[in-house]
Write a protein that binds this ligand. Sequence first.
Ligand SMILES: Cc1cc2nc3c(=O)[nH]c(=O)nc-3n(C[C@H](O)[C@H](O)[C@H](O)COP(=O)(O)O)c2cc1C
Length: 306
Amino acid sequence: MSDLALDFCGVALEGPVLNASGTFDAIAARRAFGDALLERFPFHAFVTKTVTVEPRQGNPPPRLWETAGGMVNSIGLPNKGLDAFVAQDLPQLAELPVPLVVSVMGFDHSELARLVETVGARDEVALIELNVSCPNVETGVLVGADPGETDAAVRAVRDRTAKPLVVKLSPNSVDPADVARAAAAAGADAISLINTLKGMPLDPRTRRPWLGGRTGGLSGPAVRVVALEQVSAVAEAVDIPIVGMGGISSGSDALDFLSVGATVVAVGTESFRDPSVGRRIGSELSAFGGHQTIRKGQPISTSSRA
Ligand SMILES: Cc1cc2nc3c(=O)[nH]c(=O)nc-3n(C[C@H](O)[C@H](O)[C@H](O)COP(=O)(O)O)c2cc1C
């Protein structure tokens, strides 16, 4: 067994390095790399891109803007919809050598319930991640930015599955710790954060918004200190496990997140530069002595461990 192995919400993982939803397409990677991908899979669990009930085209182009230390995306959750995901993607994802986390987003409680019930009924699925970074269609309030909305969303689905529910918070809220408390009280098994920070790059020629969707989400190294602060605050606020992410590109970055209270970490934007980065981060964590040495809230020095 690896020195990084751990139990996450009752699911055995060989280590604490996941991919961040929407940043690694395992089906496309398998087409590109063949079975070598399965032999050297970069992550200890695989998180799907967010699935919605209906198919979505996503936002109009342009969808990406490179900025200092990161990028802004306005992808808009394009996906084939729940039925096609279950029929076409799930059988392929079940061949991955690691536990599967399916990320879902519903635009109202009945959609969310259908997603959780359908995905939760599948043996291939180990955990479900609720991406609550969407507006309540009636009130316009961003669900994951509001404790009351998050409480209601988690309660609407909690009884629909016995599978662990990971609630992914938006960083664009007044107090993520309050939202995390609400999610935990409503029955979440874990919290993941951060999603992207809202941003609006301008086209330098026109001084108008560059992105087809007008605004987008900032990710990459630029958000890391924001993520560390939010993970730390949430770790103080709740006793359930935390998936920490935001700008992780090395084992040292991952160790920062584990040191402030994350149980596992997820890697997003860095995978676009290096699709195998998850493996490197796992090796670097091992070199630091394995994540088991980390105690919540007790930062450790890497200099004596490297
Ligand atoms: C291109 C792109 C697509 C993303 N798609 C999703 C998604 O479908 N669902 C989701 O919950 N988060 C999505 N995210 C957010 C990431 O999962 C992650 O929370 C965020 O990028 C911060 O991590 P990073 O700085 O390591 O990229 C996306 C991010 C990027 C850059």
